[in-house]
Design a protein around this ligand. Sequence first.
Ligand SMILES: [Zn+2]
Length: 385
Amino acid sequence: MHPTAAQSISIKRNIIKKMCNEHVISGTIFYGDEPRLIEGYLCVKDGIITEVGTDSAVDATLDGLVTPCFINAHTHIGDSIIKDPPLSDLDSLVRPPNGLKHRVLGESLAFDLKDAMHRTLNDMIRTGTCAFCDFREGGIEGASMLADALTTPTYATGGLKGLIMGRPQHPERPGKDEFDALVEVCNGIGMSGVNDVPFEVLQIASRVARRAGKLFAIHGGEKDISDISKSIELEPDFIVHMTHASEAHIKQLVDADIPAVVCPRSNFVTRVGSPARPPIARMLEMGVTVAAGTDNVMLNSANMFSEMEFLSKVYGLEDRQVFNICTLNGARVLGLAEQLGSIQEGKQAKIMVLDKRSSNLSNSHNMLASFVRRGRPDDIKTIIN
Ligand SMILES: [Zn+2]
C-alpha cells in the first residue's frame, strides 16, 4: 500500500531532501566529534557541510538547536508486521526457528511485510535517524525486499541509508553458495547466535563476508554468557547486545578491537536487561566502542530519542557518552564515520534542527542535557536528510 497523498505531503513538508543550493543554518550547534556546543552558523551546499563558524550575524534560512541525525546500529524491521506481541521471555519471542517473530514472518505475505517495512523506514526518518543497520531474515528474498523498500521513490526514503545484514533462509543449514549470494546483495552477514547455528557455518559466514569486503556481525551475550567467547572467536565487525559481558569479556573485546552494539530497551522488554546490564559504563571506561540500536520493531519503536532517554536515565551515563553512542559511535561501528555521525566540515549534512523554544525544550540551561534526556521528535523543526 502506498502512503496517502496527505502522508506524502506531510513527509515532504518536514524534510529537506538533497539540497542543491546553499543553505545557512544558525543557532546552537553540536559541533565536532566530542561534541562542543557553539553559538554560530553552518553552511550546507549540495548536501555537504561546507563551513561552520561562530559569527551570529548571518542571514540564516533556519535557526534552532542543530544536531547530527541518529545512527540506529541494530534493527530488525522485518518484524514491523507485529506491533503488540505478548510480553514474554526472549526465546518464545525471537529465537529461531519457532519464536513468535519467525512464525509470523513465515506466515505473512511479502506485500504486507514490505508495506510494514516502508512505514518503519518513514518513521525512522521522521524521528531523526539518517542511517541504520538491519539484520534481515528470510535469505536473499528477505534482503531484496528491504533493498527494494529503500530504493522505491514513492516512499520518500531516499535520504535514509540502510545497511542490510542478510542471513540464509535456514541459517542452521545454508544452501550451497548461499553466503556468497547474500554478500552480493547485502552489506554484510548478520547471524542470530552461536547457540542457534553450528559453529562451522558461522566460520564460513565470517570468512565469506570478509573475503567480499563486507561486514560480519552476530548477536552475543543477550540471554547469558554462554555464547560470548565463541562470538568473539569469530572476530566479527561488531557484537550485538553483550548484555551479560563480564570484565574478562570486555577486556577481550578491547584486545580484539570489536565494538558492541547495545539494545537497552529491547533487553528490558525481553527481561534480560537491568540498570547494570549491559555494563555500558564499564565498556566505555575500558575502551570499547559502544553504539546503540532499537532492535526488533515488534518490541520497541525505531525512535532513537526513546533509546537515548532510556540510556541516560536507566544507565546513568554522562550526557556526552549517550549522545556519542547514538550518533558518531554508530557511524564508527558501521564504517560510516567519514561521512556521517557528527557535524564537521566535509561530512554529509544529515542534520536535525530542533525548536529550542518548544514547550518541551524551553528554559533549558544545558542544551546537550536537554536533548539527551528529554528531546522528542515533536521538537524537530526540520530534518535535512
Ligand atoms: Zn537483534
